[in-house]
Design a protein around this ligand. Sequence first.
Ligand code: HSE
Length: 298
Amino acid sequence: EEIKVFCPATIANVSCGFDVLGLALDSVGDQMTVRKTSENGIRITKITGQDLPLATEKNVAGVAGTALLEKSDYQGGFEIEIDKRIKPGSGIGSSAASSAGAVWAMNELLNRPFSDLELVEFAMQGEKMASDVAHADNVAPAIFGGFTLVRSYEPLDIVSIPTPSELYATVIHPQIEIKTSDSRKILKTTISMQQGIQQWGNLGGLIAGLFKNDYDLIGRSLHDHIVEPIRSILIPAFDEIKTNALKSGALGSGISGSGPSIFALSRGEKIARHVADSMTDTYQKIGVDFDIHISKIN
Ligand code: HSE
């Protein structure tokens, strides 16, 4: 018995929702094949596309899968093959895609003994290994799809948020690698009351905009005065990319996850393409190598 799954890339934080908000991309992700074996435990048999460890305890898919097996009464095991298309350290949830994909596929093969919320908890173990912190803002949308809000970590409470039908994401990845663990170390651990007020106003506004299909409100809410000013220093021409994306009609733009990828949200595919052109031009002019993707958000 085997299953092939698409493991979506994800944009965490989405400007105003550091560690709590994320969204899944429809057309960017890894492919994974998972099959049942009679032997107990997880074996990663093959990884193509990237040079990553096959050892179960060193691979996020192995770690997340092991967390699931520990809670399951299934006596057998699983073999996993990963076709890795999301580059590690790109800021679009590479480790989350593998962690979430593995546990989602295993749950299907076991006839779904676990809820999506439990799958997020298992996948968070992969995130913990990858970034030192068991954040759920990439694995939750990878498992639930669309936009998700981590309303609380303890106890874990995930809320699925609806997506307006014309919402598209453009994501550009300058070819440098930033480890989430490193880009967390440079953050301050406290914020001022004034920053808090701005941030929860925007987060509430973004969620309301998604529920109301109010693209203008979504755009007005896509700001981050806490993390972006610090992390953007690590990203080539961040301000220029963002300014040009907004000039090209994007609703808003910011750092994807812990970077270096930069995202923009747009109403309609045409504007998302226009935004992609402006981002492409900006990096071509200054000679930065990049990948770029456009994806509908579902
Ligand atoms: N919320 C996490 C961070 C996401 O920004 O560090 C990492 O992908």
